[in-house]
Design a protein around this ligand. Sequence first.
Ligand SMILES: Nc1ncnc2c1ncn2[C@@H]1O[C@H](COP(=O)(O)OP(=O)(O)OP(=O)(O)O)[C@@H](O)[C@H]1O
Ligand SMILES: [Mg+2]
Length: 444
Amino acid sequence: MSIALLGTPLAPVRRKALIAAGHELVTPQRAELRVHVGARPPARAPRAPWVWATPSPVAPADAALAVLAGAYDVVAVDDALPATLGRRLAELRVTREPGPPPVGFVAESEAAKRVVAELDRAARTSMAVLLTGETGSGKDLAARHLHARSGRTGDLVPINCAAVPNELIEGELFGYVRGAFSGAVSDYDGQLRAASHGTVFLDEVDDTPKTLQIKLLRVLEDHVVSRLGENAWREVDFRVVAATNRDLDELVRRGEFGADLYQRLAIVRIELPPLRDRLEDIPELAAHLIARFYREEPRAPHRVTTVTPAALAALQRYPWPGNVRELRNVVFQALVHKRAGDDLLLSDLAEHVIRGAPTDRRTTPGTLIDRGAIAKLLDEGRMNLRSLRDDLERTALELAVARSGGSPARIARLLGEVGRGASRDPAGTVRAMLRRYGMGTVST
Ligand SMILES: Nc1ncnc2c1ncn2[C@@H]1O[C@H](COP(=O)(O)OP(=O)(O)OP(=O)(O)O)[C@@H](O)[C@H]1O
Ligand SMILES: [Mg+2]
């Protein structure tokens, strides 16, 4: 395995250890991997694969800068250096060269192209990546892209930190041995081990319960996990990608999210820009979404091929608070109703998009309310407002329960405002709603 040492000369004993471990020290041109040794990153990053080897721990910001400048990893100059470099070399050999964005990731605007480039650079490293961005901006897609480009041979294992009930999440992540608790009927290895040689995607990481944060930190620091009910620690090799649409800095300041864990997760931070800041993506996104609609609905009775300039102009004027997901909904909704014509017309779009302003934020998004259906019920004298409102409430409640793990406080947060007026006890209101709909008791 040929490596080139650059930067500060390495102590003879360390050079000897490298050679003893089977590394061949060669010139940069011939090396498979360049190792920049030093307390500071190189002034000019090598163009070919390189790692930064540091004699002392580096600040996360410096590590991030090095990675963004193309470093594959930041490694410590210690006794494990020969073995670490061996592993990085082995990984590099299987890492596929990044090509064009994978099918499905539209990036026409400069802002989106920058994101793809950042994702590609980060993908080649083993560093933890924190994806931030408003809801619907593409964090999920970005996580999948990171994994696909990482060359890691294992699976992408998504874990929604907000959806798994508190009392189950530790068993789910770390695994358990039979009999560890009353429901543990057989051994289970847990999601973190399922992600071995792959990627763990911690979605909605801001919602991770405090006790779990502490345990996660330990896992991320030492890369070992222990199943519940067992005292043995096993090494796991996975890369962590986390996502949030909340301001983690603010949560750390308020003491709701551990600063240590935050540092660990946000070694590289990639921000998905809101759609309203990259309107140049919209024509390509619309075309992509139309194709996707017919792929997902192969039996749709009619096919649209183009978007008229007037419709495009409206799509590019609307501010998209729900980002690409909202655009998808608007396009899909329009296509569902389309019966004739090659063009998607301005008049096919949802009313609030034509108007160019989102529906009042406190009311439901326009796509949820079907004005035509309501008009029909009124005309036919079949309207029952109370039962409709109850249906909506029950459905939203059921969906929120499934995503919250049953905690009334989280359900309340998911539901936005609950009850009449500004409730001082949203969780209490949620509990009352659950009772009203006979949805059983939940944990507090
Ligand atoms: N650049 C893109 N190209 C094509 N489709 C995209 C792009 N970005 C997002 N989408 C699509 O938009 C939808 C929402 O994206 P995604 O689920 O990744 O958002 P998110 O940031 O994870 O949202 P949330 O914070 O609500 O979880 C998905 O259907 C996704 O495929
Ligand atoms: Mg998501």
